[in-house]
Design a protein around this ligand. Structure first.
Ligand code: GDP
Ligand code: MG
Length: 295
């Protein structure tokens, strides 16, 4: 019997949704940082098995959003509630139910979609803490399964896949064997650059930056890919910070991004970066669209 379906990965910011997607795929498809709101788009990741095609959808964290960009991100996430065959609500295994999980659980109930509770980061806790926490979540919703995992170490992921298979509907292979994601190489390259910005800068800079890849050219003769990209920020002062003293920050962003890109694309990369001020782009629907944050 062949099964297939869409599995939405949802939850608060920073609980490890993108780490889980990457852990399942064995590839670093989604960028990960310790900062909330790292993921801005829905990212599909496909895992093929002999008897199934699991189509995972990583989403931005659900939180009470204030700015237009953040509202868009939350809407991107909540659309998955009804577009999925199964939802994985990822929470951090800790002492107690997180209050911000409550509204998400309410939406789960409304959607009526089969949902699993994924208790992540069990590498950080004592195992005896798990049972009371599982009981507490069980009292809030009739989750089909509750599965403790560590997205970081991979513990629990094989069990998760086995359980998912049981609940997936019978269906065809929707995507070809060699397709891992719906995202373009340009998008993935831009995300790698954005990850380095998030890791290297502070305060509002990570949340005011959008990266667009302007050119992505494979130079087969030289066995390399030439990428040029623009980092868009909201203010002149932010541009100064991204460039850094004598260009040191921009250089560091570029070097780290290139190293990761060479790993991901398995070839040499020539990377060129530009910085541009696009005033208040996080509040402008037209610029949000231009930078790939679509409704
Ligand atoms: P997202 O916002 O839900 O997508 O979370 P990320 O995947 O970006 O991860 C947020 C942070 O949690 C990162 O610093 C990860 O390294 C960390 N993290 C994710 N999963 C685990 C885990 O299983 N164990 C530990 N110790 N850290 C984790
Ligand atoms: Mg994420």
């Amino acid at each position: 019997m062949f099964k297939s379906g869409f599995i939405g990965i949802i939850g608060r910011p920073n609980v490890g949704k993108s780490t889980l997607l990457n852990g399942i795929l064995g590839e670093k498809l989604a960028i990960i940082t310790h900062k909330p709101q790292t993921t801005r788009n829905r990212i599909m990741g496909i895992r093929n098995a002999d008897n199934a095609q699991f189509i995972f959808v990583d989403t931005p964290g659900i939180h009470s959003a204030s700015t237009p960009l953040n509202r868009l991100m939350v809407r991107t996430a909540t659309e998955t509630f009804t577009d999925s065959d199964i939802l994985l609500l990822v929470v951090e295994a800790g002492q107690a139910v997180h209050p911000e999980d409550l509204p998400i659980i309410e939406s789960l109930k409304e959607s009526g979609t089969i949902s699993f509770l994924i208790l992540n980061k069990i590498d950080l806790i004592r195992k005896e803490q798990l049972l009371p926490l599982m009981d507490a979540y069980r009292n809030l919703h009739s989750f089909a399964e509750l599965i403790p995992i560590s997205a970081l170490t991979g513990e629990g992921i094989p069990l998760l896949l086995d359980e998912l298979w049981k609940y997936l509907p019978e269906g065809p292979q929707y995507f070809p064997d060699d397709m891992m994601t719906d995202q373009s190489e340009r998008f993935l390259a831009a995300e790698i650059i954005r990850e380095k910005i998030l890791l290297l800068t502070h305060k509002e800079i990570p949340y005011s930056s959008a990266v667009v890849v302007d050119a992505f050219k494979e130079d087969e003769a030289r066995n390399l890919i030439r990428i040029s990209a623009t980092i868009n920020v909201e203010k002149e002062s932010q541009k100064g910070i991204i460039i850094g003293k004598k260009g040191t920050m921009l250089k560091e962003i570029g070097t780290r991004a290139r190293v990761d890109m060479e790993k991901f694309f398995a070839t040499r990369i020539f990377l060129e970066l530009f910085v541009r001020v696009r005033k208040d782009w996080t509040k402008d629907p037209r610029m949000l669209r231009e930078f790939g944050y679509n409704e």
